[in-house]
Design a protein around this ligand. Sequence first.
Ligand code: SF4
Length: 376
Amino acid sequence: MTRTGASTQTDGSAYRPEFILVEREVESLPMSVRIRERLPEVPFLPVDRVDSWLSEVGNSRDPLRAGKKILYLTRHQGQVLKTCQGMCAHVSCCLYHVVDFACNCPLDCSYCLLQNYLNHPLIRVYVNTEEMLQELEGRLQRLGSTVLRVGTGELTDSLALDRYTLLSGELVPLFARYPTAALELKTKTAEIDSLGRLEHRGRTVISWSLNTPRMIAGEEWGASRLEERLLAARRCSDWGYPVGFHFDPLVWYAGWESEYRETVQQMFDIVGPGRIAWISLGAFRGPAGLLDTVRERFPDSTLPLGELLPGVDGKLRYFRPLRVEMFRKMVGWIRAVRPAQTVYLCMESPRVWEQVFGFRATTADVGRLLDAAVLP
Ligand code: SF4
């Protein structure tokens, strides 16, 4: 067997790496020690360079899948808190900030933008956590009355590695100390056990990306089933956390209407209206090369069947009237259960906002909407 040749889980059970590589310089940091202790049976290999591993992964049949079997513990360089990459001139953004404690994801969604974005297939975990948290706290201390919403789920799933890093145990109490700060932990897993005992004071929103059971089974490799996610959301809500949901990507396929409608209903049935801070909607989109990647890595995927057109930002999207129709229907199904529910669009223009909601939301409007949803 080669170093990266064995298979991993495909059913949403907990992720477990096959190898842990650690840069010698960070081997003794507390986070490296913690991960090693929590995965005692996984080979833990100090390295000076990872080149030989990268070339072996690169020679495998699916380098992206093979790279996900290896955790690479390394140091984060550069600024910790960044603005979300969605912020650009053409769309109304939500003024979100991100902190990346890891880069690359144990899950493997067919539509994942990381496939065309990362130049390194291993799962990098940044283990200089104490420095990163100190820098983040410095920013929180200077907030005053400014609201800051921060997520950790831009380049990975926020909770898929939490059973090994226990990072939520540091982040959630940190944000609990700052009344105008809000942390969002976004996931497709049911990895919530460590959240139940944490002091959160409502400053952390636990959120789930949702899709129909058909899309989850066909397009979200390694993720938890819909019902598992919703039951996890219910438990977090019972622990007092605000919860959020992201229907992103909404995928057009024959029968999408009845299946998304049922998914919305199931969300409210299990979690309950009135417990949800926000719901976002985002239609399937991606860079020009994404569909080629999907066809190559996921030959059974239905994503390439939809008609996608390049927009002004060069990204492929569904034709605007189709997106508007999907958003309007989703908003209608959501607001039929809870008329006051905060719903927003991800990476859409003021024109699309107007066609869906009847007003041209600017970036500042969307920011205020979400600030209001999460402030006490
Ligand atoms: S959960 Fe998110 S980051 Fe992870 S593979 Fe899926 S889309 Fe990519």
